[in-house]
Design a binder for this molecule. Structure first.
Ligand code: ADP
Ligand code: ASP
Ligand code: MG
Length: 495
């Protein structure tokens, strides 16, 4: 059995949903299960879907309007989202199924309208209510896809993500609790699969043990796909998106990225963590635990072979497999007020970040000072105040991070020289190489990112070498329209 997760652009309009129906119909796991009657039966995949492209951003906008007391704007936007979803229902050709779908969608949007009205009176939106609002996108899109598959002759059933993904109560970046989630997924999904019915689950959404709606953080539908795949012991988790796979660098910055055909779990997780938005950083963890391959595929070019991610990959000759990058990075410099760093200094320092629930990405130290990068600036004033009790602190925003990742970095003697010569002339704020030596990260001014990334990309991927097993690269198809959450907010909100 395979899990097929479709991102926002893969369900953005009627034509996209029709492509999804065709992709599911042709799924390799839609094989005949032997021994079940004379003809056997189709083994259904599990489908996980994101909100229609742009909808989560619109919902968060509605929440902000409600919080600001602008009820007219919020209600008008709820109406237009309702209409967009009604419009999508035309993909369901069967009139009875379509009427049921429209009634289901209306229940979701009536509830949204009620919440928005109440919050506009309060003039405040807590993270808990933000999640209730944001979840509408996936709850609605998954109902549409379930009805569309059924109407096109592939029996499908909507599975309420709030009943199967059990999380803690860290609203807006909730973490699933493994045992109850696995048990609930199996109980809801396995009976459907055994009847050949395709379960359709909205990604990104969960609920606490007490049934309060949560979300897994921006881009979290990939994570749902992996959680579902791990719970069911899937043979493969497919992430269907709008690019040909993991590319050698962000296609919004580099004009000629190439597709990486094969990545190790560790490479994929470093790339995702350091900004390769095509994969949510948490996605890989459940797949690693069960050793389930993950494949990134393009729903607009389903024939392309995509990127396969497995525990290990055949060695290539290139040191660097791909380069991740992100903007919106802030460096905090912390200098001990004593001459040398005293015993316990680092512990105190990291406790401050922990207390403020702000994760630190890159760390460098010298004899008396420590520099760290953070994505999330929301708690920065409080963090600086707490650190100032025992250290001198300064911070610098508007920075960008570039992370070169590759299992081959470990053995390439020329790597550091090549990296530094490519960014010659660009002032470096931080440079860090992990002891595992799978990645090297540099921090620079955000304004320098396009030039520096292009030069690094030319340095490491200047000539494609298709002869390498595992390391061979393929040119990517021209990048398609991008509609979705912004690059930096996705990395800020990782769970
Ligand atoms: P989905 O809606 O399918 O979840 P996302 O927008 O979350 O899609 O992720 C796909 C986007 O990730 C691509 O359109 C691309 O712009 C961006 N991206 C950033 N870095 C990379 C990379 N290294 N490889 C592929 N895509 C990347
Ligand atoms: N719809 C959510 C978002 O835009 C989750 C996802 O698409 O993965 O972040
Ligand atoms: Mg995504």
């Amino acid at each position: 059995m395979i899990v097929m997760k479709f991102g926002g652009t893969s369900v953005k309009d009627r034509a996209a949903i029709e492509r999804v129906i065709e992709i599911v119909r042709r799924a390799p796991a839609a094989a005949i299960v032997p021994g079940d009657g004379a003809n056997g039966r189709r083994e259904a995949p599990v489908v996980v879907v994101s909100a229609l492209a742009g909808v989560t951003d619109r919902l968060l906008g509605i929440a902000a309007e409600a919080g600001a007391g602008d009820i007219d704007a919020a209600r008008a936007n709820v109406r237009s989202l309702r209409q967009r979803h009604h419009g999508m229902a035309s993909v369901v050709i069967d009139p009875a199924l379509r009427a049921t779908l429209i009634a289901d969608l209306d229940r979701e949007f009536d509830e949204l309208d009620r919440i928005v009205g109440a919050l506009a009176v309060l003039g405040e939106v807590s993270p808990r209510w933000l999640d209730a609002i944001a979840a509408t996108g996936e709850l609605a899109s998954s109902r549409i896809v379930a009805a569309a598959l059924t109407a096109h002759g592939q029996a499908a059933a909507w599975v309420d993500a709030r009943a199967v993904v059990v999380t803690n109560d860290e609203f807006t970046s909730a973490v699933p609790v493994a045992d109850p989630t696995n048990a609930a997924i199996r109980a809801a999904v396995e009976p459907l699969l055994s009847q050949g019915v395709i379960p359709v689950v909205g990604g990104f959404v969960g609920a606490t043990g007490r049934g309060v709606t949560t979300t897994l953080g921006r881009g979290g539908s990939d994570f749902t796909g992996a959680i579902v795949g791990a719970a069911l012991g899937a043979s493969e988790i497919q992430i269907w998106t709008d690019v040909d796979g993991m590319l050698t660098a962000d296609p919004r910055v580099i004009s000629d990225p190439q597709v990486v055909p094969h990545l190790s779990f560790e490479e994929a997780s470093e790339l995702a963590y350091f900004g390769a938005k095509v994969l949510h950083p948490a996605t890989i963890q459940p797949a690693v635990r069960r050793d389930i391959p993950v494949r990134i595929l393009n729903s607009q070019r389903p024939e392309a072979s995509g990127t396969l991610i497995t525990a290990t990959r055949p060695p290539g000759r290139r040191a660097v497999t791909a380069i991740a990058s992100k903007t919106g990075v802030t460096v905090v410099n912390i200098t001990s007020t004593r001459m040398l760093m005293t015993h316990g200094f680092l512990r105190r320092l990291f406790e401050v970040f922990e207390r403020h629930k702000t994760s630190v990405d890159v760390v460098t130290t010298s004899e008396v000072s420590v520099s760290v990068t953070v994505d999330d600036r929301r708690r920065l004033p409080a963090i600086v105040a707490d650190l100032s009790e025992f250290a001198d602190v300064s911070s610098e925003g508007d920075l960008a991070l570039i992370c070169a990742v590759g299992d081959g970095i470990i053995t390439d003697r020329a790597f550091a020289g090549h990296l530094l010569s490519a960014v010659d002339g660009v002032p470096l704020r931080m440079v860090s190489q992990a002891a595992s030596r799978r990645n090297v990260t540099i921090v620079i001014a955000a304004a320098d990112l396009p030039a520096a990334l292009n030069r690094l990309h030319d340095q490491f991927f200047g000539e494609a070498d298709d002869s390498l097993a595992g390391g061979g690269l393929q040119p990517a198809a021209p990048s398609t329209e991008y509609v979705g959450p912004s690059f930096s907010s996705a990395s800020q909100d990782r769970s």
